[in-house]
Design a protein around this ligand. Structure first.
Ligand SMILES: [Zn+2]
Length: 319
């Protein structure tokens, strides 16, 4: 299908037709919406419907910026509101500030040219897979059924380090997909999800992470980017790091304590999934790598934990 905007020919995709009939609901998590859309158009060939993303599947959804969501947000007909869509439906303010503008643009270029990039925006995501169960608020669920007739998954609840519902100030419940299951099996928070949801007990670490994540969500990506640079510098100086053109020298005690801290924290945040001690040995997750201005953040959660570590171990204060 083609149409005109300001004299320019635009191409629309079959998904635009159905998205107009079944619009995304306020705050709905984008990958869940796409699952819901697919479910509600069961008469349509999924390969045709999903061809905007180059695959009939939803792909890896544990990522902060899943490929299916990027393809949907940056399809030609959505270009003018891609940013708003990602902010409202993928919690992009949480993670955009951690990615350099150049790296982000290059990623989008790959998405647009349908080049299958194996790399995700954050390279640390695969190893943190187990930390991202689906989450929901039981009160929001009731409210959404009343308002829309649909118990939707909320985008902000899916942010890795959000543990409390901002509207109801209540702990979220987590729901772990079983092996082989995807959001296509649970496009909405059905009765089964509700009955299997486990309340996430709040503690000091989770509350701290929750507050920091809220703060990231309340600031523009550009301001977050600048703030994170300042945070890196303050942390480095609080730890007495010596920076040369090539390297960063950091007290061995801090470096070793950080390894233990990271492994313990990740195991506490997700006791069942993996033994995080295995990958916390990776050089890229070392403390100097978190503090260097020239090194991109591997994963926002790891960086937030480094901030908490610095707060506990030094004079550094995350505002
Ligand atoms: Zn709620």
């Amino acid at each position: 299908m083609t149409y005109f905007v300001r004299g320019k020919v635009m191409n629309t995709h079959i998904i635009d037709h159905y998205a107009a009939q079944i619009p995304i609901l306020p705050g709905e998590y984008l990958p869940a919406y796409l699952s819901r859309l697919r479910k509600m158009t069961s008469g349509v060939d999924p390969r045709r419907l999903m061809s905007f993303s180059g695959s009939a599947q939803l792909g890896k959804l544990h990522q902060l910026f899943p490929r299916v969501a990027s393809c949907f947000a940056y399809r030609e007909s959505a270009r003018e509101y891609s940013g708003v869509l990602l902010k409202e439906h993928l919690g992009s303010r949480f993670w955009r500030g951690f990615v350099g503008e150049q790296a982000y643009r290059e990623h989008i270029k790959c998405v647009k040219s349908r080049v299958k990039s194996k790399r995700s925006v954050f390279e640390g995501e695969e190893i943190l897979d187990g930390l991202k169960p689906m989450k929901f608020c039981a009160d929001c669920r009731v409210a959404d059924i009343e308002k829309y007739g649909v118990p939707i998954w909320h985008a902000t609840h899916q942010i890795t380090s959000i543990y409390l519902c901002a509207v109801h100030s209540k702990p979220l419940l987590s729901f772990q997909l079983k092996l082989g299951e995807t959001l296509l099996d649970y496009p909405v928070i059905n009765d089964e999800v509700l009955s299997l949801g486990i309340e996430i007990k709040s503690d000091e670490l989770r509350n701290w992470l929750n507050n920091q994540s809220r703060q990231l969500l309340s600031i523009s990506s550009e301001d977050n980017r600048n703030r994170l640079k300042d945070v890196k510098s303050s942390m480095a100086s609080a730890m007495g790091a010596r920076v040369t053109t090539r390297n960063m020298h950091l007290d061995i005690t801090y470096r070793l304590e950080w390894r233990k801290y990271l492994s313990d924290a990740l195991t506490r945040l997700c006791p069942s999934a993996q033994n995080y001690a295995l990958f916390s040995d990776k050089a890229s997750l070392g403390l100097p790598q978190q503090l260097k201005l020239t090194v991109p953040v591997r994963h926002p959660l790891v960086f937030l934990l480094a901030m908490k570590f610095a707060e506990d171990a030094t004079e550094f204060k995350a505002s």
